[in-house]
Write a protein that binds this ligand. Structure first.
Ligand SMILES: *Cc1c(COP(=O)(O)O)cnc(C)c1O
Length: 369
């Protein structure tokens, strides 16, 4: 599905040099590369603050902690996403409420959100506090509509941009569109490190200070003075050094992903349902995910042709044993349920050459014919 070796070859000696410098200076935590990366990420996104952290999950948890989300609070989460979006809520003691998504763009459906917030408010047992829109597969969610609903109901908007760093929505670049934005540098994400890593973006100075404290044991102004509950959620220096090198080629890689997506789309449209990108938006194409009628048969045919495929994600979160106790909005999440049994992700990475793309295309066409 991804080719980390081709990228490694392209980066060559620069990467070894960057890692060797960290081994030499020995500041494995809070080394200078972490600050350099944060400044580079701020430039990439046009965001006021970028705060490196240990993972995308840490990024989500840190923001919820900083905003003071906890027991008795409802946090609205799409049912069709990776588990960490909802885990972060539960880890903070709050209650996720599952909301449906759009069928063609896979992201949070604003009407479903509004109905769920209204229902929770009406029940009166939980306090609606936040929403976590997810930029699933790389395209920013519809923040214009979501921010509007959030403002009316007094919700904090935490953007889960684990899959969309580098993309742009109608309101601006990823990293600037919610109250805070969480991203991940896990090896399968568009901008990936060689281990675990993540970052939070925000325009809010006070929130940024809180996040820097929370990621480092809740430290106050002085060393060994702990102002608040915190985590050990720092981004380590070796990963920051790796990411600084990868950032140099990131715009070029995003352009390559976009070319491949366009080529897939031109060839496959009309044969299977291909992903659509809203006018005025771009996608970071973390995944290229199609909708098929008989997924098991398609996967088998692709495997026979030597083409990799994967299911993101086979169950909506409300069907996961760990989250089954939590409610959905009124009417359930029928689109999420349907997508879970019909989505299929095809190989997508910047080093997929045209011959490899053609193999994927003809295998899909053969199997859908
Ligand atoms: C990967 C991912 C996360 C979690 O990121 P980690 O760095 O793996 O903790 C959260 N949300 C979504 C949508 C993701 O894809």
């Amino acid at each position: 599905m991804v080719d980390l070796a081709a990228q490694r070859t392209r980066l060559g000696d620069r990467l070894d040099g960057a890692i060797a410098r960290v081994l030499d200076h020995g500041r494995f935590v809070n080394g200078p590369e972490v600050g350099d990366l944060e400044r580079a990420l701020e430039d990439l996104c046009g965001a006021r603050h970028a705060i490196g952290c240990g993972s995308g999950t840490d990024a989500l948890v840190m923001v919820l902690m900083a905003v003071g989300i906890g027991p008795g609070d409802a946090v609205f989460v799409p049912a069709f996403t990776f588990a960490a979006t909802a885990s972060a809520v539960v880890l903070c003691g709050a209650t996720p409420v599952f909301v449906d998504v759009f069928e063609d763009t896979f992201d949070l459906d604003a009407d479903s959100l509004e109905a769920a917030v209204s229902a929770v408010r009406g029940e009166g047992t939980l306090e609606p506090r936040a929403v976590i829109p997810v930029d699933l597969f790389g395209q920013p969610a519809d923040y214009a509509s979501i921010n509007d609903i959030a403002e009316r109901w007094g919700l904090f908007v935490l953007a889960d941009a684990a899959q969309s760093l580098g993309a742009e929505g109608k309101l601006g670049r990823v990293g600037t569109m919610g109250g805070a934005t969480a991203t991940s540098f896990f090896p399968s994400k568009p901008l990936a490190c060689y281990g675990e890593g993540g970052a939070v973006f925000t325009e809010d100075d006070e929130l940024a200070d809180l996040l820097r404290s929370i990621r480092s044991h809740g430290e106050g102004a002085a060393r060994y003075e702990h102002a608040r509950l915190g985590l050990n959620a720092r981004l380590d220096t070796v990963q920051a050094a790796v990411l600084l090198e990868k950032l140099r080629i990131f715009p070029d890689e995003l352009a390559a992903r976009d070319r491949i997506a366009a080529r897939y789309g031109d060839a496959l449209r009309g044969h299977v349902r291909v992903p659509s990108v809203r006018t005025g938006s771009t996608s970071a194409w973390a995944q290229y995910t199609i909708i098929v009628r008989d997924r098991d048969a398609m996967m088998e045919r692709l495997a026979d042709a030597g083409v990799a495929s994967a299911v993101h994600y086979p169950k909506p979160l409300n069907r996961q044993p760990v989250f089954a106790v939590y409610q959905t909005g009124p009417g359930g999440v029928p689109v999420s349920e349907a997508l879970a049994s019909s989505v299929l992700s095809l190989p997508m990475h910047p080093y997929l050459d045209e011959r490899a793309q053609d193999r994927v295309i003809s295998a899909v066409l053969d199997a859908s014919g």
